[in-house]
Design a protein around this ligand. Structure first.
Ligand code: THU
Length: 126
């Protein structure tokens, strides 16, 4: 963990604490550095399962709702060394460059540090 990832890790953990995950019991927090701020989100599940929202999507919605469309760095925190899903990587790719730093952590600390291209080598693009 370095000086730029520590505040993102703290924000992602705080968001994760607010996760609404009564169905999967799998809590996820995401934090995005963009436009000089940190935008955070958690997963928000629903009794109608497909209506649930991933943490990354919630953080992106907060960012875009604030008028910011360029992601500088991403941090995702979940248990079990889970990597972000393909759909969320595609959502991140909409607003990030191939070399945008993306770190994945458990609450105990980071375990996978890379760039977007490492996780999603060939995003869909029009
Ligand atoms: N989840 C995320 O929030 N982000 C991901 O990248 C993968 C999965 C959530 C969705 C659901 O609420 C729970 O994790 C279990 O799939």
């Amino acid at each position: 963990m370095n000086d730029s990832t520590r505040p993102l890790f703290t924000a992602a953990c705080a968001a994760r604490a607010n996760a609404h995950a009564p169905y999967s019991d799998f809590r996820v927090g995401a934090a995005i550095a963009a436009g000089g701020k940190i935008y955070r989100g958690c997963n928000v599940e629903n009794a109608a399962y497909p209506q649930g929202l991933c943490a990354e999507a919630a953080a992106i919605a907060a960012m875009v709702g604030d008028g910011v469309k360029r992601i500088d760095q991403v941090m995702i925190v979940a248990e079990g060394e889970a990597l972000p899903c393909g759909g969320c990587l595609q959502k991140i790719a909409e607003f990030a460059a191939a070399d945008t730093p993306l770190t994945v952590a458990t609450p105990a600390g980071e375990f996978n540090r890379g760039i977007l291209r490492d996780y999603l080598p060939r995003p869909f693009a029009l």
